[in-house]
Design a protein around this ligand. Structure first.
Ligand SMILES: *Cc1c(COP(=O)(O)O)cnc(C)c1O
Length: 440
């Protein structure tokens, strides 16, 4: 182990990545097509990735990394999975897009509807953002109400009305977090802290007649991993029913990740609408929204809520999704993945507690997050901004030694089915050594 550690340390150059990044900056804003990829909160240029295989990533400089970003979650089977590849190749034989119904749509529809208790009908789109945007419009169209509620610390894609944070004081209307979002949009969004039942009750009592829906990541995993009390989620469901407000579970990240039925399955809570993305496309651009039949009946052409897509349910994308879902449905898939993740993380958390570092690991299923605090964190405001500096230091150490995480203290990590127990124990050893270097 000591040898691997030292050897990998001398090999890593970022020369080629650096050159490519300089060139990219002349063409693309920030050199990237999605902001966090620019490595702004860690040191050095972003790695330009050449290929992935199983649990490994390879960059343009020829460095190899154990990947815990997994394309931000979609790759629950790891990179370049043989059955996804085969399924995509087969679909490609017949062309790339028809803009018409295909048998593949029925196939993936059946796989999902037969195995998810809470989805009666589903519509496929091309990204998580598009799924959320459509679900919000549907909730408004169905209820005839305009306001929506979201929680601080939940991310729902770059939907205008959801790029909003709390204004000052509870139950005041939101203010936008991005230029270009009209205040009039932000005003229709109410933002509440997570895990705060009383705040939620008050807002519903005052405003329910104007509120179309409450949207939540039932397992918030885009601002650290802010696992909620089960009771809070149960009450959320109850309050929505009492006040005739729709509940949307945004399961773009948790769906098919923590179990086939996502967070809804774990907590046994039926939301009215669900949004999906990431895993559902097996690494291809796919999103979906679905839920109660009577609500979905409001979508065009059955109903008055318009939503469409030239490349929706694209056959190549669906073929990757189908291959993925078939693997997920195999006996014991989630149990095995969760057990491997648990073993991996326990090596690290044992080390952390032996050394008394001011850190903890939050995790559920195969999602994990390094929190630079000892207490359980359930709300965005509990995250200390000093976490950024710790993370920056840790990140460089890890990258130098061949461990790749999402490049921000607020991003969670993912274990895929391709991560072998051996790879995970090797990674845990390296992480422990880096923690020592970081803290001592
Ligand atoms: C990733 C994510 C989105 C956005 O999905 P994109 O495919 O990036 O548009 C929305 N909601 C949640 C919970 C997500 O994790």
């Amino acid at each position: 182990m000591e040898d691997i550690f030292v050897q990998s340390l001398v090999m890593r150059s970022r020369k080629e990545s650096s050159l490519l990044f300089e060139e990219a900056k002349t063409m693309f804003p920030g050199g990237v097509h999605s902001p966090v990829r620019a490595f702004k909160s860690v040191d050095g240029p972003p790695l330009f990735i050449k290929r992935g295989d199983a649990y490994h990533l390879y960059d343009e400089d020829g460095n190899k990394y154990i990947d815990f970003c997994c394309s931000w979650g979609p790759l629950i089977l790891g990179h370049n999975h043989p059955s996804i590849k085969q399924s995509v190749m087969k679909a490609l034989e017949n062309g790339t897009s028809f803009g018409a119904p295909s048998r593949l749509g029925n196939e993936i529809g059946k796989l999902i509807l037969d195995n998810h208790r809470y989805i009666d009908k589903i519509r496929f789109v091309s990204s998580g953002t598009e799924a959320v945007m459509s679900a919000i419009r549907l909730a408004r169209g169905y209820t005839g109400k305009d306001k929506i509620v979201k929680f601080e610390g939940c991310y729902h894609g770059h939907v205008d009305s959801l790029l909003v944070k709390a204004g000052s004081g509870l139950a005041t209307f939101g203010v936008s977090t991005s230029a270009g979002v009209p205040e009039s949009f932000a005003k229709d969004t109410i933002v509440l802290p997570l895990n705060d039942l009383k705040g939620l009750e008050e807002v519903l009592e005052k405003n329910a007649k104007d509120i179309a829906c409450i949207i939540i990541e039932p397992i918030p995993a885009n601002n650290g991993l802010l696992i909620q009390d089960h009771n809070f989620l149960v009450w959320l469901r109850t309050l929505c029913d009492e006040h005739d407000v729709l509940l949307i579970f945004d399961e773009v990240i948790s769906g098919f990740r923590v179990g086939f039925e996502g967070a809804a399955g774990i907590y046994n809570i039926k939301a009215d609408l669900f949004t999906f993305g990431k895993i559902i496309g097996g690494g291809m651009p796919v999103g979906a929204y679905g839920g109660r039949k009577d609500i979905m009946a409001h979508i065009a052409p059955d109903g008055p809520v318009y939503q469409a897509g030239t490349l929706s349910a694209n056959p190549i994308s669906l073929s990757a999704g189908i291959a993925t879902i078939k693997e997920l449905l195999k006996d014991g898939f989630y149990e095995s993945l969760a057990q491997r993740t648990k073993n991996f993380l326990s090596i690290i958390s044992t080390h952390i507690s032996n050394k008394g570092y001011n850190m903890s690991i939050q995790s559920i299923g195969s999602i994990f997050w390094f929190a630079f605090a000892n207490e359980r964190i359930m709300e965005a405001s509990q995250i200390d901004s000093s976490a950024n500096e710790h993370f920056r230091k840790l990140y460089s150490l890890l990258l130098e030694r061949g461990i790749y995480l999402g490049p921000s203290a607020y991003e969670v990590g993912f274990v895929s089915d391709a991560h072998t127990p051996e790879a995970l124990s090797e990674a845990a050893e390296i992480i422990n050594q880096c923690l020592d270097l970081c803290f001592e």
